[in-house]
Design a protein around this ligand. Structure first.
Ligand SMILES: Cc1cc2nc3c(=O)[nH]c(=O)nc-3n(C[C@H](O)[C@H](O)[C@H](O)COP(=O)(O)OP(=O)(O)OC[C@H]3O[C@@H](n4cnc5c(N)ncnc54)[C@H](O)[C@@H]3O)c2cc1C
Length: 394
């Protein structure tokens, strides 16, 4: 079999399609193999951080996404008793062209990207094509796809595994997914209730600390999402019952107890990072490479940062302007910042919200009162800090 001059990408999620877009626009042909019959529409990530929007702008898709989302310039930490501290992304306007978080469903991004890619001569996508395995040889890599019971082989020069947390590419390469699963699950309740009217000083992004049951209150276009931890001794059936959701929601606004609930989602939460992000001609990125709890909204954002990092290097190697060893820097930079920043920060965010003592609250009020500490804090939560750290690694 001849090696086709293409990059193969497993998975048409936000990370796979960002990678495809950055390659195709720079003349590198791509085939995307997607397991589903169409793009996924489920409700998942809804926060785009400032540097991610800067990257999407390079691809020409930031503005169409902003047009469909909600701009959140501020975020708050609160307790049931009220505000602890508020932060404003205007404080880092010198470090980003988008000094705000954009609240918008990830499915909006994948639709915009596919729309742009569809007619590009260097782009090809096959749906209902789950990747089963990958085999490397000298000049390329073969990927086995199962299509309607038939086994098909695709060949390419490089393979990107952007096929999500249960990545078949990662499995096939025998790469360990090190880490742990939290005992509690997270329940997300979506409601059209207008919390901004009910709680006068609220903003669109609010973390509410509580040692018994913290929650996260987040506005997206037309809905609010409220996320609660669900302890291991509460069964799935109980956790998903309308009465249980109402009992949790009743704690938010005194006197309001019967919410209109649009939908509820219960899911397990993991903290795992792949042992390597590169194995020869294959790479892992996005959820295939790392998963974390959603506090801080770093999973998809980190995945998009992976995609931009690797594809910039792949373009150079493809054109012959840099040697293959350039690609090792992807693993070096992205794996390290995933461990140092995304993993550590998301674990710390969870611990902070459930902490018993006043230390976390005191620390936040101190940071909010100090201009330089606020600046550094905003660089960190917006993930600009992790990108700067990656650059320092050379
Ligand atoms: C409730 C919730 C809220 C979240 N909120 C945020 C947030 O605000 N901000 C944030 O940054 N992150 C958030 N995340 C995490 C975010 O959703 C993920 O990090 C993101 O979806 C990862 O994108 P991906 O493209 O790597 O993987 P996915 O979105 O999982 O896409 C993988 C794609 O690969 C396909 N696929 C799977 N197996 C195969 C195969 N064998 N062959 C071919 N294709 C395959 C799938 O069908 C899918 O289309 C949240 C997650 C959840 C569950």
């Amino acid at each position: 079999m001849t090696v086709q001059d293409r990059v193969l990408i497993a998975g048409a999620g936000p990370v796979g399609l960002v990678a495809a877009t950055n390659l195709v626009r720079q003349g590198v042909p791509v085939t995307v193999l997607e397991a589903g019959p169409a793009l996924a529409e489920e409700s998942r990530a809804s926060t785009f951080h400032p540097p991610t929007l800067d990257m999407l702008d390079q691809l020409g898709v930031a503005q169409p996404l902003i047009d469909q989302g909600l701009i959140a310039t501020k975020f708050q930490y609160r307790t049931q008793g009220g505000l602890i501290a508020q932060f404003d992304f205007a404080g880092i306007a010198d470090a980003t062209r988008h000094p705000f978080r954009l609240q918008c469903e990830q499915s909006r991004l994948t639709m915009i990207l596919l729309d742009r890619l569809r007619d590009h001569p260097g782009f090809h996508i096959e749906f209902s094509s789950p990747v089963r395995s990958a085999t490397q040889h000298g000049a390329g890599i073969d990927v086995i796809v199962d299509r309607g019971g038939e086994t098909i082989t695709h060949s390419g020069r490089w393979l990107i595994g952007a096929d999500g947390a249960r990545s078949a590419v990662r499995e096939s390469l025998g790469i360990e997914f090190e880490g742990f699963t939290w005992p509690e699950r997270f329940l997300v309740v979506s409601t059209p209730f207008n919390f901004l009217e009910a709680i006068c000083d609220l903003v669109s992004v609010n973390y509410v600390a509580d040692p018994e049951r913290w929650y996260f209150l987040l506005q997206i276009p037309n809905l609010w999402r409220v996320m609660f931890p669900i302890s291991a001794d509460e069964s799935d059936d109980v956790a998903l019952s309308p009465a249980f959701a109402q009992s949790l929601m009743a704690r938010i606004v005194p006197g309001v107890s019967n919410y209109e609930i649009a939908h509820t989602t219960l899911y397990r939460v993991h903290q795992r990072v792949a042992k390597t992000f590169r194995a020869g001609r294959a790479f892992l990125m996005g959820d295939a490479a790392h998963i974390n709890n959603p506090l801080g909204g770093m999973g998809m954002n980190g995945g998009i940062h992976d995609a931009m990092n690797l594809t910039a290097r792949l373009v150079d190697v493809w054109r012959g302007t840099k040697p293959n060893s350039e690609l090792d820097r992807y693993d070096l930079q992205r794996r390290l910042v995933t461990k140092e920043h995304v993993e550590k920060q998301s674990i710390q965010n969870k611990k902070n919200l459930e902490s018993q003592g006043p230390e976390f609250r005191n620390k936040l009020t101190e940071i909010a009162a100090d201009r330089e500490r606020t600046y550094q804090y905003l660089l960190s939560v917006s993930m600009i800090g992790s990108l700067r750290r990656a650059e320092e690694l050379g």
